[in-house]
Design a protein around this ligand. Structure first.
Ligand code: ADP
Ligand code: UDP
Length: 237
């Protein structure tokens, strides 16, 4: 397998073509950003930690019967993935209130949400990823009704698997964002699952172990990701 030209450089990952049109290489960089790219920094080891963390989680999801784009780790910071036709949509499940929902709805951080709640956002940095609903997705042709239903179902299935996984290592899965894409007629989980795109709190102390450490200038960002990886038993970290 040959690494080809760079297809796209996002805020934290770069995507490369390969000699197989069905496969891409994802490079997890050390770059980190928040507030739509307003706050940026480089964090040593973050690319390697996130690459290995993501592979571990994607393999757990595959084992639970959820189709993901992940194929294999290629190097410290690179993984081989299926080439998906990504939908421009972010799917968020929240088990506990935090982040944008607190500002938007004027609710306190830390409320248990029963049932867990679901939100769609349009992936568009210029518009600051506005919240959208099922009708917007269909009216503007961003996905079909069947895909909308599949995204919700799969995102909640991921919640069942990962809430239990993190509970087992003393962490609360507060919320997370997933992205899906089309692959040979099926909807497949793409992008990443790492502490960059979820909130994880220590169940005892409620200490933040995710990207909020960067957003809020708390320090110890990669150290917190590594602590979670160690508790999970992610190999190579
Ligand atoms: P952003 O684009 O939000 O700045 P990243 O820096 O993480 O985010 O860039 C990674 C890009 O790669 C995202 O646009 C994401 O949708 C895309 N992507 C992730 N997985 C795949 C895949 N399997 N196939 C095609 N594109 C993907
Ligand atoms: N999230 C993400 N990328 C985005 C927006 C959100 O990974 O572009 C994740 C974020 O890390 C959190 C969840 O989705 O785990 C919900 O984010 P929220 O809407 O609260 O936005 P935030 O205030 O974190 O920007």
């Amino acid at each position: 397998m040959q690494k080809g030209k760079e297809l796209y450089a996002g805020k934290a990952k770069s995507v490369y073509l390969t000699d197989n049109p069905d496969e891409l290489i994802l490079l997890f960089r050390n770059d980190t950003s928040a507030f739509d790219g307003e706050k940026i920094d480089q964090l040593d080891r973050k690319g390697m930690v996130n690459n290995r963390f993501n592979a571990f989680i994607m393999e757990k999801l595959e084992a639970a019967g959820i189709q993901t784009h992940h194929k294999q780790i290629l190097s410290d910071q690179e993984s081989l993935v299926k080439n998906l036709d990504m939908l421009p949509i972010e799917c968020v499940v929240r088990n506990i209130s935090a982040g944008s929902i607190c500002k938007r709805l004027g609710v306190e951080e830390g409320m248990d949400l029963n049932p867990s709640t679901f939100e769609f956002f349009l992936k568009n940095d210029e518009l600051h990823d506005p919240m959208i609903n099922d009708y917007h997705i269909q009216s503007f042709g961003w996905a079909t009704q069947a895909e909308v239903e599949a995204m919700k179902k799969l995102t909640f299935e991921v919640n069942d698997v990962l809430k239990a996984l993190f509970k087992g290592i003393g962490l609360l899965l507060v919320d997370y964002k997933l992205e899906f894409g089309r692959y040979k007629g099926e909807l497949v989980l793409g992008d990443e699952f790492t502490p960059d795109g979820c909130r994880l709190w220590d169940a005892e102390t409620r200490m933040k172990m995710d990207k909020d450490r960067f957003r809020q200038g708390l320090g110890g960002v990669v150290e917190a990701y590594e602590e979670v990886a160690h508790r999970l038993g992610v190999p190579g970290i």
